[in-house]
Design a protein around this ligand. Structure first.
Ligand SMILES: *[C@@H]1O[C@H](CO)[C@@H](O)[C@H](O)[C@H]1NC(C)=O
Ligand SMILES: *[C@@H]1O[C@H](CO)[C@@H](O)[C@H](O)[C@H]1NC(C)=O
Length: 549
């Protein structure tokens, strides 16, 4: 299930409206191909005693409450033209089961690679598959592709399979995908578990994709997977450009708020992400969206806001290159149907809002940008601001359990560099209002392995608003800010996997004006004209090849 720490829920002072924002214009890329997707953030009906085993009948009765909500939302989504809908991780069964107490919830799911099975039209073929049948009929009734997450079992032989658990079965956290006629087309067992006692880690990482007639191929991953090389990066290396992403993600600023990271990943990997999260205040879970590198339709509930589900339906561009190529060829051959008309009632991502910092005039001329370099580098024409051996103003503070090197932004505008070992981050900034703001900001750098609640190697440059007025509050979570900031943030990374984000007050996402990469690993993010106070600007580099170190 979830990612990130156990931490107290955000102490929200104000119960404010949920944010459902539409950023940016141009849901269609140059090819003009697009489709309509839905994600549903679900306020899950929980089993109040998850550690107590219950009968299959009682488990089905529990799951029916969640499935009834899914049914209603699938109908609504279909009415708005959705061709695919994604539901969150753990949304049917809930949380906190043990390996034995979840037994009543488990279904054996046949491998769709080996068997064509439509649970809706052939319910008798496999026993104890009520959930599969219900989901399959939902897809079929509403004529859309449907992605859901459920608890699965798979018998194995203790005698012949050394990896088989002692009780003779695997228990997997599993995503299932149904075609719009109800056929089961994909089954994915979550590989990167996050404190999930009820489930086994599969013996190997599975690469699971499915094909659609409206947008080509999608890859499947779940929650914590998004931070790791397998299966995520391996899928992308195979050319997958569109991801369905059931999740149960604990939202955590400054660096890993749910929607922040989903869009950062989408932009950094140049893919689209259909992310559906659970809504739960006690678990700090919210944040769902339909993201492509240039467009975002998302929902982030404020703490204290009524806990309720949220359906998002939006249009986004097709990114699958082979599908686009095939369609192009078909049309050139006169066979195309030109079928890109929006289905009735769908909400196009384009033309609404315009929250992003698009078209903002940069405060730095391009010549300044071009000459931008780190002082330590060879050939750099700029001199370091200080030549003293101990960098002035440097301090360390914990951010997301990692010790960042920080420097405060002391002026209304300026430049600074902060290094963690040999990894350096550089910032040019101008804040506004120039006078009178008591809000403290710091530039942080971290290079190393994150080891709390998961182990993964990072190089991170982050400009953050500190939660208080002292050094040690830098890196702590804060959702609001009044200080607008024009900036250029730069790092030289030893990885090409760098995920950029800009978050402003109340977890509103902005699209950076520009993110430029060079072959030597340098990444420069420029942004100006933020619509609200800056909370975080981050270049989150994942050093996948160092994870084992
Ligand atoms: C369920 O697990 C979460 C952590 O994943 C924990 O914070 C919570 O207290 C647990 N709830 C119950 C009822 O055990
Ligand atoms: C992202 O993909 C699009 C095609 O979908 C391509 O035109 C563009 O150059 C890619 N951008 C990057 C930064 O690779």
């Amino acid at each position: 299930m979830p990612v990130m720490s156990t931490r107290p829920p955000i102490a929200a002072v104000v119960a404010a409206l949920g944010l459902c924002l539409i950023l940016l214009v141009g849901a269609e890329d140059g090819s003009g191909r697009s489709y309509v997707a839905a994600v549903y953030e679900h306020f899950v009906y929980l089993n109040p005693k998850p550690h107590v085993p219950l009968s299959r009948a009682a488990a089905l009765e529990h799951m029916k409450k969640n499935l009834d909500v899914y049914e209603a939302q699938a109908a609504l989504a279909a009415g708005k033209g959705a061709q695919i809908i994604v539901f969150p991780e753990d949304g049917i069964h809930g949380f906190n089961f043990s390996r034995s107490s979840i037994a009543g919830y488990l279904e054996a799911i046949p491998d769709p690679q080996k068997e064509n099975w439509n649970p809706c039209t052939e319910p008798g073929r496999h026993a104890h598959t009520e959930v599969l049948q219900r989901l399959s009929c939902m897809a079929r009734r509403h004529r859309l592709f449907l992605v859901a997450n459920m608890a699965a079992l798979q018998p194995c032989s203790v005698t012949f399979d050394l990896t088989c658990p002692p009780d003779g079965r695997w228990q997997f956290n599993t995503d299932v995908v149904f075609r719009s006629d109800g056929l089961l087309v994909a089954r994915y067992h979550k590989y990167n578990l996050y404190f999930e006692n009820a489930f086994d880690k599969p013996p190997s990482s599975e690469l699971v994709t499915f094909d659609t007639p409206f947008a080509g191929t999608f890859g499947v991953l779940t929650c914590f997977d998004i931070l790791f090389h397998d299966p995520t990066v391996t899928l992308l290396n195979k050319g997958v450009r569109q991801l369905v992403y059931p999740t149960a993600w604990m939202n955590q600023l400054p660096l890993l708020a749910t929607v922040q990271f989903q869009w950062a990943f989408s932009r950094g990997a140049n893919v689209s992400v259909l992310g559906a999260n659970i809504r739960s205040d006690p678990l700090g879970m919210t944040g769902s969206g339909i993201f492509s590198p240039d467009t975002a339709l998302y929902h982030h509930a404020r703490a204290g806001e009524l806990e309720a589900g949220k359906l998002l339906v939006g249009r986004l561009p097709v990114l699958d290159p082979s599908w686009l190529q095939d369609r192009g060829a078909m049309e050139r051959g006169g066979l195309g149907d030109g079928g890109t008309e929006p289905p009735p009632g769908s909400e196009a991502l384009s033309g609404v809002g315009g929250t992003g910092g698009v078209g903002g005039v940069g405060v730095w001329s391009s010549s300044v940008t071009d000459s931008f370099c780190l002082p330590k580098e060879e050939g750099c024409q700029r001199t370091a601001p200080s030549s003293s051996p101990l960098p002035p103003n440097l301090f360390h503070s914990s951010m997301m359990y990692d010790q960042f090197a920080f420097k405060l932004l002391l002026d209304s505008e300026g430049e600074l560099t902060v290094c963690d070992g040999s990894f350096c981050c550089r910032l040019q900034y101008r804040r506004s209002p120039l006078e009178g703001s008591k809000e403290l900001y710091a530039l942080g750098a971290f290079a190393g392995t994150h080891v709390v609640n998961g182990r993964y190697a990072l190089q991170v440059c982050a400009l953050v608003r500190c939660s208080g007025t002292v050094d040690r509050s830098c890196g702590q979570e804060v959702e609001e800010a009044d200080t607008k900031m024009d900036f250029l943030l730069e790092g030289k990374f030893s990885t090409q996997h760098v995920y950029p984000s800009v978050v402003v007050s109340q977890v509103v996402l902005e699209r950076p004006d520009a993110v430029e990469r060079s072959a030597d690993g340098r990444v420069v993010m420029r942004h100006s004209g933020t619509t609200a106070g800056l909370v975080t600007a981050c270049l989150y580099g994942r050093m996948y090849d160092q994870d084992g170190a």
